[in-house]
Design a protein around this ligand. Structure first.
Ligand SMILES: Nc1ncnc2c1ncn2[C@@H]1O[C@H](COP(=O)(O)OP(=O)(O)OP(=O)(O)O)[C@@H](O)[C@H]1O
Length: 466
């Protein structure tokens, strides 16, 4: 799937500004960025909910012809494929806010999606023709299979609204998979879930990719999850792509750190990196660079405050965590990054990894975690779990240093967000020239943040068959 030069405007607000992105076959590509960066707008453009004013989007399924999703037609008019035809072409999605039929059973929720693939018309269904009954049986069988895959077997007859939040997220994924997509777009699948649910979701996403061969485009704020599953990452900020590449590369990109944590933090991180380079001879902790985007939930201001890297703190904590790992962690002590991940993972993650004998992979999945991220260790302690060696070795001086850094970052994060919001609000609506034209599909995705003064939602669509 490829998007080129996608520009999407809402009146004077440019939500996407010349965005280009390619999802390769078989790949997990994460799209990250601060709040309001344009991630959901991008998903809505890819799935035909919005019609971007500029750019093209095309999909090339294996063994098939190119399917134009957004393009200029022969008359030069902007056209996009309707959402249900995008789905029929092999692209499915989940939503940031869970959208289930809460009063229906788990099985019925999935079956509805599975039946959209069948050719049964309403009359045939009403008459109960044999062909339609066969389709229904097949849809039910396939739905059960998907539920089993996501770990919801045994809950088929439960009412969807009664499921735990994590199970509801799984159900959404099962429903998206019921139409046998080749590409799955997941919009913040871990939002609102607890750490063990997040771990399970990360495993599920990887299995969908490896076992079913489905390419995945993932929007997610939880950096630990992103780093553990993504093959590549594209970073958006203010509607523009500011970085793209392998997770480790992106995590250390100064522009990315600045986008998330502000320029002061980026400078501090760069200084810390230089200090770490200078102290490279020391051994411990130097492999996990201090100038990394911390692996944690970057979805809101609180989370940002939790993960602020302080230059000095980062190297100290690095050394401590690596030292503690050498003293007793299962993770290879020679790899400071893995050791630090093993130490600062939540107790739940550790327990589950240990139980399944996957301590190494758990360590790897969190290998990107910066030692500066003492937020994870703090939250483990808060939740009554066993304090990590890294945390227990923290001195009070370091704690003071951390709180200072946290409040600095919190204020820089807040001011960055306020600036963004103020900028968005200051944009005049006067030049809006297009109708707000909600259609059935658009209304399924209500405006997240503000009412559109110029809705780019589909003014022209193409009914071409997939
Ligand atoms: N329907 C709409 N009408 C007007 N403005 C919109 C609409 N949808 C999105 N925007 C604006 O576009 C910008 C990008 O929003 P978007 O929801 O795509 O960001 P995001 O990166 O997904 O944010 P978050 O992480 O908070 O979900 C924001 O400024 C938002 O207010």
């Amino acid at each position: 799937m490829r998007a080129d030069g996608i520009t999407l405007r809402f009146g004077g607000l440019t939500s996407l500004d010349g965005v280009g992105l390619t999802l390769n076959r078989g790949e997990i590509l994460a799209v990250i960025g601060p709040n309001g960066a344009g991630k959901t707008s991008l998903f809505n453009s890819l799935t035909g909910v919005y019609l971007p004013q500029e750019g093209t989007i095309e999909f090339l399924p294996a063994g098939g012809a190119v399917v134009p999703l957004v393009h200029n037609n022969v008359l030069g008019r902007r056209v996009s494929r309707k959402p249900h035809l995008v789905n029929r072409a092999g692209i499915s999605r989940t939503f940031q806010n869970i959208r289930l039929f809460n009063a229906l059973t788990v099985l019925e929720n999935v079956q509805i999606a599975a039946e959209t693939r069948s050719a049964s018309g309403p009359i045939g269904v009403m008459l109960g023709l044999p062909h339609n009954r066969r389709n229904e049986r097949e849809a039910r069988r396939h739905s059960r299979e998907m539920l089993d895959f996501v770990g919801l077997s045994g809950k088929e007859q439960n009412i969807a609204g009664s499921l735990s939040y994590g199970d509801q997220r799984r159900l959404e994924i099962a429903r998206a998979m019921a139409s046998n997509p080749k590409v799955l777009l997941l919009d913040e699948p871990a939002a609102g879930t607890n750490p063990s649910e997040k771990l399970g979701l990360a495993q599920l996403i990887t299995r969908i990719n490896t076992e079913l061969g489905i390419s995945i485009l993932l929007i997610e704020h939880d950096m630990r999850l992103v780093m553990s599953v993504a093959h590549r990452i594209t970073v958006l900020n203010f509607g523009k792509v500011i970085a793209s590449g392998a997770p480790a590369e992106v995590q250390q990109n100064p522009a990315v750190i600045e986008a998330y944590l502000g320029s002061d933090a980026a400078e501090e991180a760069a200084e810390a990196a230089a200090a770490a380079d200078a102290a490279a001879g020391d051994g411990a902790g130097t492999e996990a660079s201090a100038a990394e985007l911390p692996a944690s939930d970057l979805g809101d201001g609180d989370a940002k405050a939790d993960v602020v890297p302080d230059a000095a703190e980062a190297s100290t904590a690095d050394a401590e965590v690596a030292g503690a790992a050498e003293a007793g962690a299962d993770a290879p002590a020679s790899d400071a990054a893995e050791a630090s991940a093993a130490e600062v993972s939540t107790a739940e993650a550790e327990a589950s990894a240990a139980e399944s004998g996957e301590s190494e992979s758990a360590a790897e999945s969190g290998a990107v975690e910066s030692a500066a991220e003492s937020g994870a260790a703090e939250s483990a302690a808060e939740s009554g779990t066993e304090a990590s060696a890294a945390e227990s070795s923290a001195t009070s001086a370091e704690s003071a240093q951390l709180s200072e850094a946290e409040s600095a970052a919190e204020s820089s994060a807040t001011s960055a967000e306020s600036a963004q919001l103020a900028e968005a609000e200051a944009e005049p609506d006067a030049d809006a020239d297009a109708d707000a034209e909600p259609d059935a599909e658009s209304s399924a995705e209500p405006p997240a943040k503000r009412s559109p003064s110029e809705s780019p939602a589909r003014d022209t669509t193409e009914e071409g068959s997939a």
